[in-house]
Ligand binder design. Structure first.
Ligand code: 6A9
Length: 821
């Protein structure tokens, strides 16, 4: 039990947690990697929110609002909302291990908020510099900034039987002089927690050049805008995330009191009316600190862990230099990882764009912790086609370290999105990609299931309509993470594909496998196959369960089609007449009427991908028998793609079902689904007729070709552009990047059977598609300040979710590809 007297910063020496594995290669690796990833803006649903990768710990966040008028409080900024009027809101330079810069250009608050975030070398401490730069014409804009920090896990000790005991395992105090109304000095918090040890957090008032509003007469000494103000209170765990609501409630209470005291609030200068006042006598685990500025302003927040050695600490004096250094380091690492190829290697704008995309993607790196809702009872059969409603009960808690598709719209983990997110990351920091993969694989349960959508804890649930909150172990999602994992293994055998492609000599410089240097972070796996082998061996049994669960739950009724011993045929469970969320291609047209005998071509292709991944993992680990088993399954899948899904009359791949007389029939909706055997490279390279068919489908403007990329559904299809029109015409960038890669693959691995004409056609299609896609994304980015979820096939206009750095960040992979093949 810790008493307050024990917390004097200089005297406190927290004990380093003991890591039993520290003397093993993988132990050293994970220690180093963990330390550098401990802190981050991992509350990615906020404009700026910091937390460690630890359950129930210290959560901090920034809020700001304009105080030139009363209404402006309606635009208080905290959660990153799709609808906010921002010209830009993104990390423009960011490395999760060191830090970077976030720019929010707020058109309602008339200010650019520029945030630099840096970490100490040991990863235990951090600092942030926040600058406000008024927009032209608003030089005297008045802005209120509020910083809050709250400690979860306070007072919740557990005894050896897991019972709650009234022991304090942490607390957070406000240290400034008590009973003072507003401070001329910095505000200082200090605290302690089991995992963090002792720490201090100081919120500066900033340099003398900061101005505070002075034109209005001071109505009450408590409302002096030239001082720092604070408010403290005690909230239970799972409530700290509601800081914004708590702040607003408390502010409105204060306004009410002031009105009672002084009369109509409208007579108050807003910058004074909206000042927080202490009501709790500095006590609590959640603390708000407010500063009000006029015009240009700047202030810092420094978090210092007592364990960080003096020379490594971030201070008000050195934070600027450290922030500049972090930005330079990012630039350098970016140059080493991504080689933008013609025509994107000349114009500076392309460089700026590409860095922003990578930074924004990495800015979505998040840590989630909490329970989720699971339905283990619903069975999907004929009755569920019309519609179904899952009923969930709470399971967990689980933790997840992941990137997210879109911070403002869906800031949570999605299984099949993640594999694509990791493609750019693999090149930049393969170790971090592995951290994320590991975190996901930790979620595989005893049956082999991972929930498609990870809605962990009440904060995430609050963002999802109730009918979509529940997950089912019968419902899968394309297994892209297995693909990434096997690619990681392959990168060990062929290191030049990832990491510093500009400086391959560094990658080839294998360490002795016994000790690591911090500068190697990001490349350790590639340099030390031992680490990866160790993990692959450990995780292999779980992956097998995952693979078996996937095939078992989605097994099709293949007997209907009389295919002898080859049973490779699958049906997505959980579809309705209009949607198949499991497939990821939600409203893409499927067989109507729905039938439990249906077989899906995209699913068979995905099982093929998964099988190939298992095969390559088995090969890596020299599991001969398993390798052969997977090889056989893969062969059967390739065979059945043609047996079951190729339609001779339509000359394309289709879903298969039965008609009223139980006769087989193909249901063909030309579009992304018809391309799956090609996208997954399962079509053999010597099957020239099929390859030609894919290329024709892609390059025909009456079918899939548009000036901005390959559209999801053919223009000739009866459902083209109808209803929600989500996957029924818009262009999706990750699928376009797969198309480009497949074109490259079939051209580079072509056999003598391929005609010159076809080869020529492939190169033209490839070259034009690549520039169409990239040019349009950049054009829309210039126009809107963001990249988006989809692009319209008729106009190229961006649509859907904003700041959608998930799949759209595969544009980096595309810019990195050769101009011609
Ligand atoms: C629920 C939120 C204001 C739909 O990118 C994530 C997924 C993909 O995995 C899937 O393939 N997106 C694609 O078809 C977005 C799903 C978002 C669910 C939003 C409502 C409302 O919040």
């Amino acid at each position: 039990t810790l008493s307050k007297a024990e917390t004097k910063f200089d005297l406190y020496a927290a004990e380093e947690p003991v890591n039993d594995e520290i003397n093993t290669v993988s132990g050293q690796y994970s220690q180093l990697s963990n330390d550098s990833l401990l802190w981050g803006p991992y509350r990615s649903s906020l404009y700026f929110g910091i937390r460690p990768r630890i359950p129930r710990s210290l959560l901090s966040g920034l809020m700001w609002f304009n105080v030139d008028s009363y209404d402006a409080i309606g635009n208080l900024r905290h959660v990153y909302e799709q609808g906010d009027n921002m010209k830009k809101a993104n990390w423009v330079s960011y490395d999760p291990r060191t830090g970077g810069r976030l720019v929010v250009s707020d058109q309602d608050c008339h200010i650019d908020v520029i945030i630099d975030f840096v970490k100490s070398e040991d990863g235990k401490s951090w600092g942030t510099k926040i600058k406000g730069i008024p927009h032209a014409g608003y030089e005297k804009v008045k802005t209120s900034f509020v910083w809050y920090s709250g400690l979860e896990g306070e007072g919740e000790g557990k005894d050896e039987y897991g019972n709650k005991v009234p022991e304090r395992n942490g607390y957070l105090n406000l240290d400034n002089k008590k009973n003072v109304v507003g401070y001329d000095e910095n505000v200082k918090l200090s605290g302690i927690s089991e995992e963090l040890g002792f720490f201090e957090l100081e919120i500066s008032k900033g340099p003398k050049s900061n101005k505070h509003p002075t034109d209005a007469k001071l109505l009450d000494p408590e409302l002096d805008t030239s001082k720092s103000h604070h408010y403290s209170l005690t909230v239970p765990d799972d409530h700290v995330w509601k800081a914004r609501d708590i702040f607003m409630t408390m502010l409105m209470e204060s306004v009410k009191e002031l009105t009672e005291k002084y009369g109509d609030i409208q007579d108050f200068p807003p910058e004074q009316a909206f000042i927080i006042r202490d009501l709790q006598n500095f006590e609590g685990n959640l603390h708000f600190v407010q500063n009000v500025f006029e015009g240009k302003c700047e202030f810092d927040i420094i978090f210092t862990n007592a364990l960080t050695p003096e020379h490594d600490r971030i201070t008000f004096d050195n934070i600027k230099t450290k922030a500049d250094k972090a930005i330079k380091a990012f630039d350098k690492k970016f140059r080493q990882s991504f080689l933008l190829k013609a025509p994107y290697n000349k114009d500076k704008t392309h460089d700026v764009f590409a860095k922003e995309i990578l930074s924004g993607l990495l800015g979505g790196l998040s840590y989630f912790y909490g329970d989720h809702l699971v339905d283990r009872n619903t069975v999907f059969d004929e009755d569920s086609f019309e519609s179904y409603q899952l009923q969930g009960s709470s399971e967990g808690p689980h933790e997840l370290f992941t990137l997210v598709p879109s911070r403002p719209f869906f800031p949570r983990g999605f299984y099949w999105d993640e594999g694509f997110h990791l493609l750019p990351l693999l090149r930049y920091d393969s170790d971090l990609a592995l951290e994320v993969v590991q975190s996901w694989f930790n979620l595989i349960d005893d049956d082999g299931w991972i929930a498609r959508e990870q809605i962990l804890g009440p904060e995430l649930r609050s963002k999802v309509p109730e009918q979509f909150q529940v997950q089912s172990p019968e419902i899968v999602n394309p297994p892209t993470l297995m693909l990434i994992f096997s690619e990681l293994l392959e990168s060990i055998q062929n290191p030049s594909t990832y990491g510093n492609i500009n400086e391959p000599q560094q990658v080839l410089d294998y360490g002795d496998g016994k000790s690591f240097d911090k500068k190697d972070l990001g490349l350790i796996i590639i340099k030390n196959p031992e680490v990866m082998t160790d993990y692959a061996q450990k995780i292999y049994p779980k992956l097998k369960t995952h693979f078996d669960w996937f095939r078992r739950t989605q097994q099709g009724y293949i007997e209907e089609f009389d295919r002898g011993t080859n049973k490779e045929g699958y049906r997505w469970r959980g579809r309705t007449l209009t949607h198949c969320l499991a497939s990821g291609l939600d409203d893409y047209p499927r067989v109507i009427p729905a039938d439990i005998a249906e077989l899906n071509v995209d699913l068979l292709s995905w099982v093929g991908v998964m099988t190939r991944s298992m095969k390559s993992i088995a090969r890596f680990l020299n599991y001969e028998e398993d390798f052969e088993k997977y090889q056989k399954i893969e062969k059967d899948i390739v065979e059945n793609l043609d047996n079951l899904h190729w339609s001779d009359s339509e000359k394309t791949y289709c879903d298969l079902s039965v008609d009223d007389n139980d006769e087989n029939k193909h249901i063909c909706h030309k579009g992304y689904i018809s391309l799956f055997p090609f996208l997954t490279k399962l079509t053999p390279v010597d099957d020239v007729a099929k390859i030609e068919q894919f290329v024709d489908l892609i390059s025909d403007p009456e079918e899939l070709w548009s000036d901005y990329g390959i559209r999801s559904l053919s223009k000739s299809n009866e459902f083209y552009g109808t209803e929600e029109n989500y996957w029924r015409s818009p262009i999706w960038i990750h699928i376009n990047s797969l198309i480009l890669e497949s074109l490259q693959h079939y051209s580079r691995n072509s056999t003598p059977l391929m005609s010159k004409d076809l080869k020529q056609k492939i190169s033209e299609t490839y070259k034009n598609l690549r520039t169409n896609v990239v040019n349009n994304i950049i054009k829309q980015w210039k126009r809107t300040g963001f990249v988006w979820e989809q692009y319209d096939d008729k106009t190229g206009k961006a649509k859907g979710a904003k700041n959608f750095l998930g799949w759209t960040s595969t544009v980096l992979i595309i810019m990195n590809m050769d101009e011609t093949i």
